[in-house]
Design a protein around this ligand. Structure first.
Ligand code: SAM
Length: 318
């Protein structure tokens, strides 16, 4: 059916993210020794502005996530929504920043691929086994559950099943909780994504939500981005929420979140540690700065908090 085709195109976007991240790390934009186990070859060359865009995206997300984990002294949980083949669990383990439990959700077929790789590659499975206390570790085709890491196959548009599965795997509603969505909500209708945002606000008294996706999509450049995706059968069903930084914040504030901030990625890029930015700008020559700026102005990070425990979450920023 049409909707199966559309879902398949959305699932395929996780390969884009993986191959682009793999290429950028092969050039030295940032280190990720785990990516190689999910994308076998480095793949074809990506333009320097794409690599810088991914650098801003990954560093931008990591900055807020790490700040939250430090603020809670790791006494927290993380739920990565539409995680794809993301490697953050392994990075956090290596950096001694593991939350009490790290959850990931994606479509069952994507999760099955991820679990298959984990099973076959000891550098991926070892850290999971090391952080697990008993001999029994739940590992089947569509879910993995260990003490510190849990991967669940589920459709994010079906909130009651999602909620049920998370609870089955010991989601703790009393713990400060970070929800991440990196290029995920934009593929859903505004009503599906606001259901998720609303569910998250209802489920936790102390929480932070970080959403990375397109913004400023009503101008000419944004229209071209949309057309390029549509050519690949990929429909940005949620693009309505991507009109402006204001509309990004608004959907959190009207769904039970106390505080929200949003920045476009050009601004985030200018606020990242500038020595490291100078280092990556020397990696590849970029002639056309204007294109990079346009691209960065069409993506954003929006973050929202609620803070019953008064941890000071609303102060987390760049
Ligand atoms: N967050 C990862 C990253 O940034 O590297 C992957 C991003 S990829 C562009 C989008 C991911 O969201 C895909 O893995 C896709 O399968 C997942 N996704 C989209 N809609 C979903 C839904 N309704 N239920 C579960 N996963 C979904």
């Amino acid at each position: 059916t049409d909707s199966d085709t559309a879902d398949e195109a959305v699932r395929a976007t996780c390969d884009d993210a993986t191959t682009c991240k793999r290429f950028a790390t092969s050039k030295g934009y940032w280190k990720d020794p785990y990516m190689q186990y999910f994308a076998r070859s480095v793949g074809e060359r990506k333009a320097p502005e794409i690599n810088r865009g991914y650098y801003a995206r990954v560093q931008g997300m990591n900055h807020l996530l790490d700040a939250f984990i430090r603020k809670t002294e790791c006494d927290c949980q993380v739920i990565n929504l539409g995680a794809g083949l993301d490697t953050t669990f392994w990075r956090l383990k290596e950096e001694n920043l593991l939350p009490r439990k790290f959850f990931e959700i994606d479509f069952p077929t994507v999760v099955a691929r991820k679990i298959h790789n984990i099973k076959k590659k000891p550098p991926l499975s070892k850290p999971i086994i090391e952080t697990h206390s008993t001999d029994s570790l739940l590992l089947d085709a569509h879910s993995l559950d260990s003490d510190r890491y849990c991967i669940i196959g589920a459709d994010l548009r079906d909130i009651s099943t999602l909620d049920q599965k998370l609870k089955k795997f010991q989601l703790n509603q009393e713990l400060p909780t970070m929800l991440l969505s990196e290029c995920v909500l934009v593929y859903m209708t505004p009503s599906h994504s606001s259901n998720i945002i609303h569910w998250a606000a209802e489920s936790f008294h102390t929480a932070m939500f970080i959403n990375y996706e397109q913004v400023n999509m009503s101008d000419r450049f944004g229209q071209v981005m949309i057309e390029n995706l549509q050519r690949r059968q990929c429909n940005l069903a949620g693009v309505e929420a991507c009109q402006s930084l204001e509309s990004q914040k608004e959907r959190f504030l009207k769904s039970g979140w106390e505080h929200a901030d949003a920045l476009d990625m050009m601004t985030v890029y200018s606020m990242l540690p500038q020595e490291d930015v100078a280092r990556i700008e020397r990696l590849e020559f970029l002639d056309e700065k204007e294109l990079l700026h346009q691209l960065l102005q069409h993506y954003s990070i929006c973050w929202a908090t609620k803070d019953k425990l008064n941890l000071g979450l609303s102060q987390l920023a760049y």
